[in-house]
Design a protein around this ligand. Structure first.
Ligand code: TTP
Ligand code: MG
Length: 384
């Protein structure tokens, strides 16, 4: 049986949430970003008309569209809206694979008797999302994930593209090569230099030639040009790891600054771990230096733990052991190796002290979830 895969992607997601929360912003150019190296996270479609796009420096966006409303990233709010959308999708099928904060695949093969034809189902999903969040999305429905993803991007915003198996060949004949996910500026240019402007042009070359030129990616490209993608929609089960990383506005070698960032990340990762009801055994520190060289260092404990204190202290020790000689561009901390069992004691602490740490974490988690993440901060987080 031919599969039917739906891909849904929210329109101008962060900016649209801001417009939904503040009706005064609707219809106006809104630009969200600035937190990371002063780049645009996203721009509303009104701002895109002026040439503003994701990853553009904010100063450039200000030049192109000075009248825009510039807003900081409110990640927790976007995660909340994302959860609402994903819940709606899980209402139509358990086979939902969330691939980023604002997109997911749903395997809707064989659901016609239950949900009606794909276009009716897509309209209902759009209406449910609009009603719950005031947001619009674009949907693609096609015989596989690759084609569904391209279809959702085909008409944006508020688009719906349904691709039947017999239309695939014609569709790919007119699809510019740069529309294949993963074909960036550089590969796109290389392909165009070979005379490959549209996806189907790839088939003019033998698969071996493409493999010799692009390695495994060449073989993948050839399959995609034939509209083939056998990957399954994989519903996300329990996560295997939790992590958090941030790029500094300016590279830094200041250990106190690195530790402060690490503590705020440990707070976030620890809270996420406890929210899931998990305990972890492995802490991983990730560092990207100013020359983009990236390293990671891990420590695994015999017993699992869930306290922010042990997480931070371990990350801090891994950081200090590095004896930095270069400035740091990005730092991150993660937890993995989830398991249950008796709790690992914090370094140099008694069982009572470790249990007290656990109670403190839970009290902080409760306060933060009732108010907002920044309402209480540990003493170390406050600047001198
Ligand atoms: P996208 O789905 O790529 O973009 P979008 O939803 O803003 O716009 P559209 O899909 O209509 O083209 O990304 C989803 C969100 O991820 C986006 O709203 C902000 C964030 N994001 C970044 O923070 N940086 C980036 O470079 C990109 C591409 C996205
Ligand atoms: Mg989107």
């Amino acid at each position: 049986m031919t599969k039917r895969i739906m891909h849904l992607d929210m329109d101008a997601f962060f900016a649209a949430v801001e417009q939904s929360d503040n009706p005064e912003l609707r219809g106006k150019p809104v630009i969200v970003g600035g937190a990371m190296r002063g780049v645009v996270s996203t721009a509303s479609y009104e701002a895109r008309r002026y040439g503003v796009h994701s990853a553009m420096p904010v100063f450039q966006a200000k030049k192109l569209c000075p009248q825009a409303v510039f807003l900081p990233v409110r990640m927790n709010r976007y995660k909340e809206a994302s959860c609402t959308v994903m819940e709606i999708l899980r209402g139509i099928s358990p086979l939902v694979e969330q691939v980023s904060i604002d997109e997911a695949f749903v395997d809707i093969t064989g659901t016609e008797r239950l949900h009606g034809p794909p276009c009716a189902l897509a309209d209902r999903v759009k209406a449910a999302i609009r009603e719950a969040t005031f947001l619009t999305c674009s949907i693609g429905i096609a015989p596989n994930k690759f084609l569904a993803k391209i279809s959702s991007d085909y008409k944006k915003p508020d688009g719906l593209t349904i691709l039947e198996q017999e239309q695939v060949g014609e569709f790919l004949r007119h699809l510019p090569i740069g529309k294949i996910p993963g074909v960036g500026k550089k590969t796109g240019e290389e392909l165009r230099n070979l005379g490959i402007a549209f996806v189907s042009d790839i088939l003019k070359f033998p698969p071996q030639f493409l493999e010799n030129k692009f390695g495994k990616w060449g073989a993948v490209l050839y399959s995609k040009a034939r509209g083939i993608d056998n990957s399954a929609v994989e519903p996300c089960g329990d996560p295997k790891s939790i992590s958090c990383e941030q790029t500094f506005a300016k590279d830094t070698g200041n250990v106190a600054e690195l530790e402060k960032m690490l503590l705020s990340q440990a707070e976030e990762v620890g809270r996420e771990l406890r929210k899931l009801g998990f305990k972890a055994r492995t802490v991983t520190l990730k560092i990207k230096f100013s020359d983009f060289k990236t390293i990671s260092r891990s420590r695994t404990f015999p017993d699992p733990f869930d306290t922010t204190d042990l997480l931070f202290n371990t990350g801090q020790k891994l950081l200090l052991d590095l004896k930095l000689t270069k400035t740091v561009r990005l730092i991150g901390i993660g937890l993995s190796n989830f398991s249950s069992g008796p709790c690992q004691l914090s370094i140099g602490q008694s069982r009572e002290q470790t249990e007290r740490q656990g109670r403190l974490d839970r009290a902080l988690d409760r306060i933060r979830s009732r108010f907002c993440a920044d309402v209480v901060v540990r003493g170390r987080m406050i600047d001198d």
